[in-house]
Write a protein of this length. Structure first.
Length: 81
């Protein structure tokens, strides 16, 4: 069964409409979205647990959900002297 915008919001929280539409367009299930969200939030822990790398729709969702590489990591600004 395809996800609804409400189901996407229930898993991810407030999300841009374009991202919600892209997620729904993948045809992923609620379980696949939850798995992808877990990978985005803690990929090192998932790998450490010996889980296989995401594939198929889960991998597509991870690609959509992962922050862009050029975005700075959250945290305090760098110290300058």
């Amino acid at each position: 069964m395809t996800l609804s915008a409400e189901e996407v919001a229930a898993i991810l929280g407030p999300t841009e409409e374009t991202l919600v539409a892209d997620i729904i367009r993948t045809g992923a299930s609620r379980e696949e979205l939850a798995q992808a969200w877990a990978w985005v939030g803690s990929d090192e822990a998932m790998i450490g647990d010996g889980r296989p790398m995401p594939a198929g729709r889960v991998a597509a969702l991870v690609e959509l959900l992962a922050p862009e590489e050029d975005e700075p990591e959250p945290g305090p600004p760098p110290v300058t002297t």
